[in-house]
Write a protein that binds this ligand. Sequence first.
Ligand code: 5GP
Length: 213
Amino acid sequence: MSSSSQSTRGILLMIVAPSGVGKTSLTRRLVADHSDLHLSISATTRQPRPGEHEGRDYHFVDRGMFDAMVEDDAFLEWAEVYGNRYGSPRTPIMEALERGESVLFDIDYQGAMTIHAKVPDDSVLVYILPPSLAEMSRRLHARSQDSEEVIAQRIARSKDEVSQWSKFDYVLLNEDFDQAYSDLAHIYHAERLRRSRNLWIAPFVDGLMAEDV
Ligand code: 5GP
């Protein structure tokens, strides 16, 4: 019996990291390498950055549309981050879980904790640390997407978030991308193999026990 059949329960894998730690590259590669893992595309009221595409990076919506979705209970969670609203649409997440597949979330600390409180058994929390705040600041300046003020806000917020590291199941250091990616992929594989998620084991073992040898 294949353990990737519907008799395996999927997970909600939440990756949280300060901006500029390489989270997007890590999550994109993990999804590209695993056909049973889907990226949750959030809705946001913030403006697209250069190079971002509707439906691939975010669903870009206006505030009225976002608030209507909140009213309709269309989000598993939503939060306000740096003055913009971000939410994780509920339907694609539930559909993936029903198929026995998993969902990866590139969300902030509060969103991850909200989802974890709602589905504690099926969620896995990973935090990614920068090698240093100086390096993080250097990367934020290098990508030059944010003003000085927003960069300062992001760094201050990161300090608050990093102090919550002990609430996560796994904490990785992204000093070397390949190493961090390998660690993340191992976490995903091991979590998929957990006994409690593999509903095929009990009937399979019953079958073994019933063998007449
Ligand atoms: P950015 O504007 O840099 O894309 O994202 C800002 C922050 O919002 C990041 O920490 C990102 O992970 C977080 N974020 C993105 N989507 C969601 C979401 O659906 N819910 C929550 N709670 N945070 C999100």
